[in-house]
Ligand binder design. Structure first.
Ligand SMILES: [Zn+2]
Length: 264
């Protein structure tokens, strides 16, 4: 018997230029090891590309569309309005809204921060309107962005959300889970004591696994690829003293529950 492929990468960017030279090969290699991946459009052009790429790999590549906070300042309100329309029109081709959120690592100007928040809320409204889950990018300084983001999504009465590439403290992860939201851990977990604690402490039913490829490779300086998500499964199993099959089954169920996608 051959081994059944069960692992899932819920967040990567196979549309990015880092894969321009060998994208087909990267996807073919990923298909050998993974059950499926979710790619997240970060701005209009990337989103158009993401939809086209997913159409070529049905049942393997799933798509969420959003406006990454670092791209917000590049677009006028009118551009964003058109983009929101584009997303609505493509509702049936996507499984979520994101990535969206706050980024205090790159955005420091108070005016820009204010607008980023407004656009974030606008996309949360869109998610509610389309009845889709949200993929959240909340970064820097310290845990400020994550705490604020958590408050915003819960005030907005968002029911389904995943905190992608969670870098906060274990206590904050527990607060997120109390609200019923998911926490996704990346392959750099191997280098992060705090992430390992998160993997151990939060309910397995709210954990997800990702790479954020091409970024955040478990091997520094190297281009990341979806199959590296395996590291996250191994680490979760180790931390929870559980066998990998149990973790695989749980993550698959979590994925299906969050994104409303049945894999079997
Ligand atoms: Zn991302």
């Amino acid at each position: 018997m051959f081994e059944v492929v069960e692992i899932i990468d819920i967040h990567c960017h196979l549309t990015f230029k880092e894969y321009d030279a060998d994208r087909a090969q990267v996807i073919a290699d990923a298909e050998k090891v993974l059950r499926c991946v979710v790619i997240s459009g970060v701005e209009p052009e990337d989103s158009t590309h993401a939809i086209a790429l997913a159409a070529m790999h049905e049942h393997f590549i799933f798509v969420t569309l959003g406006l990454h906070p670092i791209h917000v300042s590049e677009y006028t309100d009118q551009d964003i309005e058109r983009y929101v329309e584009f997303i609505s029109e493509n509702k049936r081709k996507i499984v979520g809204i994101g990535e969206i959120g706050l980024d205090y690592h790159w955005i420091r100007d108070p005016k820009k921060i204010k607008r980023t928040k407004e656009i974030f809320v606008e996309f949360l409204e869109l998610a509610k309107e389309l009845d889709l889950p949200v993929v959240l990018h909340l970064r820097g300084t310290g845990s400020e962005a994550i705490e604020e983001g958590l408050k915003i999504v819960s005030d907005e009465d968002i029911k389904k959300a995943v905190f992608h590439c969670f870098t906060g403290k274990p206590l904050l992860a527990e607060q997120i889970c109390k609200e019923g939201y998911y926490v996704s851990l990346p392959a750099i977990i191997a280098r992060s004591k705090s992430m390992r604690k998160v993997a151990k402490r939060i309910p397995l039913s709210l954990l997800l696994t990702e790479t954020d490829a091409p970024y955040l490779s478990p091997v520094e300086e190297e281009r990341n690829v979806p199959q590296n998500v395996e590291v996250v499964y191994e680490e979760i199993s180790r931390q929870r003293k559980s066998d990998v099959e149990t973790v695989e089954e749980a993550i698959e169920n979590n994925f299906a529950r969050l994104f409303g996608v049945a894999l079997r």
